[in-house]
Every structure is written in C-alpha cells, then in structure tokens.
Design a protein around this ligand. Structure first.
Ligand SMILES: [Zn+2]
Length: 442
C-alpha cells in the first residue's frame, strides 16, 4: 500500500499527463504501454535539388511499466534507432479497432529512453522552381490527423517541449515561417523554432513559405491583463474584414472568458477551412470567431482524448448560435463521451446536441449566473492541463452545487442505450477539406 502511494505521488509529480493516458493492453504476447514524452527535437530539411523533404527526430521519453511503447507517425519512417539498435515502428490497432498507432518492436523496462526516428515528409509540401511551401495542417474530424502526419509524436493526452530546426537547401530565395512557436533565424533559410512545454500533438501551427507569398498585416492587441499581444493576419486576398472581425472578437472573448491564453495570434485567412491551433487558425471569415474561441476551449483547456473533444465544439457552437438557451425538450440523447477510452476523434454530435446541452446548462443555472462565468473559471483552473469529461462534470457540480449524474448519463455518456447514431454531416465552421484542397492552401 505504502509503495503504491509513493508510486502514485511520484507519478503525479513526475508528469501529470501520463495519468490521462489510456490503459496498457495485451496483444499477441506483447504488453502495449503508453509513455510520457519529455522532449521532441526535429531537424526538418527541404532539399530543392532532389525535391525531397525529411525529418530527423530525437524523442526523450519515460516509460512507467514494462512493455512495448506507443507512438504515432503516419508518414513513412526510414530509420528507427534506440541505444544504437536498429528497430521498427509497427502499425497496431488499438482495442476495438478504435484507431491505429505505431508500437516499437522492442519490450522495454521502466526507464528514460532516447529514440531516433527519421521519416519522409511528403504531405502538404510543394516544391517551387526557387522555393518551397510546407504546412502542418491538421484536423480533429478524422483519425490520425494531428502532428503525427508529419513527425513522430504521442497521442493527445501528452505534453512536451518541441523544438524544430528547419533548413531549406538549394535556393537563395528567402523563406519565412508563420507559426505559434518562437522563431530564431540562425542563418539564411535556417531557423530554429521553439514551442511551449504544454503543447500537444494538436497544438502546433506551422507554415513555411518564400517571403512575400501572402498579404500581411500585424497589430498589437492590448489584452485586459495588460499584455501586448502581437496579432498577424495573412491572406492571398483582402485583409480588411479579417482585421476588423479579429478586433471585435478578441475583446468579446476576453470580456466573457478572461485574458487571451496565448502570447500571440496568427490568422491565415484562407477563405475556407477552419482549424484551430494554440493562438492560431486557418479559417474563413465566417468561421473566425468559432476558431478564435477554440484558443480558449480546445487549445487553452485541452481535451485529453476523443471522449473529451465534444466539450470545446459544444462551447464554440453554442457561441455561434448566439448563446441560445434550451430546455430538456430540445435535448437528445448521445454518447459523445461514451465511446471507447482509446478513441481519438471528436463525436460530431458536439456541434448540435452538445451545443444545445450547453444552452440547457445555461438556462438551468441562469439564477446562479449562467454557464459563461463557470466556463471562465473552468478555463482559469485547468488552463493547459488536458482534461476529461468527468472532470468537466465534477467542476460543474462543484460550481453550481448540484449533482448532474442523470443529465450526463442520458445526454453525454449514452448510458443504458446500446446504439446512438453518430452524425456525419458537415459543420459549416469545420468543413472537411480534401487532401487536394488542403494542398492548395499552401
Ligand atoms: Zn470547432
């Protein structure tokens, strides 16, 4: 008992995020275990001579129990090395076929390790006659569409410090990177980019291009907490409406939910799309408000897994509806947070049923100030700490002093019902773009 307690305390202090990892599982004489990545350093090279891009990554990770560690990477790896030994990452289904991950073909004892992985970078890379464009576009609607498309990372529960060294070879044309990391130009066309240690596989915004590829405007936004936040907006088209909308939305969000959580704002007015990153977005004009609130809910408070993803889409969609209130008559049952613990994507019922559930809570607790003051507190208490749906529920219950088991069981966990149809329709703010459309936005 005592040993177990000490172990728990050690785990809590060592790294809270591993506590949100899905459980280990057995597979063909193997125990597959989830790990805690400490740091990721990637050298990203674009070579115009051969029109090839590659990534060399060093991952420092800690493993807490014996087994084969899980990572993910959908790009093709060309080498995997641990302690000088050449290994492989094997595509492996998670239980109930919820998703696929890459599992190292080596059983490891608990400890700290350094893994080196080299992979090809082909997705959303376009070589031009004298330059290159490359972006790490992501999506939360399809499985395995976060940073694992470009370099090896962990699942969304884990947070770690990431550093990129980016080099463009074979051109004298000057390049730049638009990103939510801190960029240092080491030499011409050689950059170092450093990201905060709370970033996850869904946090990074990265867009490399020759200088002058887009129209751009920047301004300083004065936050309610006194910070001067640099805002950069770029687009192939006109910037004026993105500028005026941004200047409206930021003060609106700060009035409702407190200081903007990130140190900069980057907006790519692509005219289509709609995807959120930490303090950044690629968006259409109509989705701009929706994407910016995601810097609070999704990329400020962060879902630890697919079953928690509904919360931020429900909040953002509730705002889109003008914060309408609903009664139980407007609600329908769902299991938005009742899927397999291994699931990685957001249930799309969040946009409709989830948004109405937020409007229901707002109405139910309107005498106690409604939902928005709670959400502000939720963001302050849990900023940059991956959360689970049951924590959202218990924080609500504490705040309003009322048990919500029945409501969550019926409308969120889908308890007692075997089947719930999952919606597959398009959401106007997150239209699903084809690979070709995403490539064209480079
Ligand atoms: Zn959204």
């Amino acid at each position: 008992m005592k040993v177990f307690l000490v172990f728990l305390l050690f785990m809590a202090s060592a790294q809270a995020s591993i506590l949100k990892a899905p459980p280990s599982f057995e597979l063909k004489n193997k125990t597959v275990v989830f790990v805690d990545i400490k740091t990721i350093s990637s050298k990203i090279k674009y070579d115009l001579g051969s029109s090839n891009a590659s990534v060399e990554t060093s991952i420092k990770f800690e493993q807490f129990s014996e087994g084969n560690p899980v990572f993910d990477l959908t790009a093709e790896e060309t080498s995997v090395i641990l302690n000088g030994e050449s290994l492989a990452l094997e595509s492996t289904s998670l239980p109930n076929n919820t998703s696929t991950v890459k599992v190292l073909n080596k059983n490891l004892k608990p400890g700290v390790y350094q893994l080196s992985v080299t992979n090809k970078l082909t997705k959303n890379v376009r070589f031009l006659s004298d330059g290159v464009k490359s972006a790490f576009w992501m999506s939360d609607l399809s499985d395995r569409r976060y940073l694992e498309q470009y370099l090896p990372v962990n699942l969304e529960y884990d947070q770690y410090k990431m550093n990129f060294e980016v080099e463009i070879l074979g051109t004298s044309k000057e390049h730049q990177i638009r990103t939510n990391g801190e960029v240092t130009e080491i030499a011409k066309n050689k950059f170092s980019v450093s990201f905060p240690e709370y970033f996850t596989a869904s946090s990074i915004f990265f867009h490399l291009m020759p200088v002058g590829s887009f129209n751009e405007e920047s301004f300083i936004y004065k936050s309610i907490d006194g910070r001067e936040i640099p805002v950069t907006i770029y687009s192939a088209g006109s910037l004026s409406r993105y500028l005026s909308r941004t200047k409206q939305v930021l003060p609106e969000l700060e009035a409702d939910y407190g200081p903007f959580p990130h140190n900069s704002v980057t907006i790519y007015g692509a005219g289509s799309g709609g995807m959120e990153y930490c303090g950044a977005t690629i968006t259409s004009l109509s989705a701009l408000g929706h994407e910016l609130i995601h810097s609070y809910f999704a990329r400020g408070i962060m879902p630890a897994r697919g079953n928690a993803g509904w919360v931020d889409e429900a909040i953002a969609s509730w705002r889109d509806s003008g914060y309408r209130q609903y009664s139980t008559r407007n609600l329908s049952t769902s299991r938005m947070a009742g899927h397999s613990i291994y699931r990685r994507t957001t249930d799309r019922n969040a946009y409709s049923k989830g948004a109405r559930f937020m409007g229901f809570l707002d109405s139910k607790f309107s005498d106690a100030g409604g939902l928005r003051p709670f959400l502000k507190k939720f963001k302050e208490d849990r900023l940059f700490k991956p959360f689970l749906t049951r924590e959202f529920q218990s924080d609500l219950e504490k705040h309003f002093g009322e048990d919500l088991t029945q409501e969550f069981d019926k409308y969120i966990y889908g308890a007692g019902k075997a089947l719930h149809r999952e919606e597959h329709g398009h959401n106007p703010f997150h239209p699903k773009l084809s690979e070709k459309q995403l490539f064209e936005l480079l």
